[in-house]
Design a protein around this ligand. Structure first.
Ligand SMILES: [Zn+2]
Length: 87
């Protein structure tokens, strides 16, 4: 393998160990729930979902968004109103 590619792969490994380097700005996910397919989005610092409970509960989240956050792990975008205080 070309040495330049090897050094890129090593750098990628180092970067991937520091998830704070990457920040998801927007996202669209088709989520297959038990009864329906839902469109889960993250845009302009907040989550949304087209399911009934997202609107009805008014909590800014729902089971589909919570599942997507778990799937994304360290990369899950944090809504602007839940940003961690600057240290
Ligand atoms: Zn939902």
């Amino acid at each position: 393998m070309n040495s330049s590619l090897i050094s890129k792969i090593e750098k990628a490994r180092r970067y991937a160990a520091e998830p704070e380097r990457a920040e998801i700005q927007s996202l669209e996910i088709r989520f297959r729930g038990d009864h329906d397919i839902h469109e889960v989005r993250f845009a302009n610092g907040s989550w949304s979902c087209d399911c009934h409970s997202f609107e009805a509960l008014g909590l800014g989240t729902c089971s589909h968004i919570m599942a997507v956050e778990r799937l994304l792990g360290a990369l899950a975008p944090r809504p602007a109103d839940q940003a961690e205080p600057v240290r």
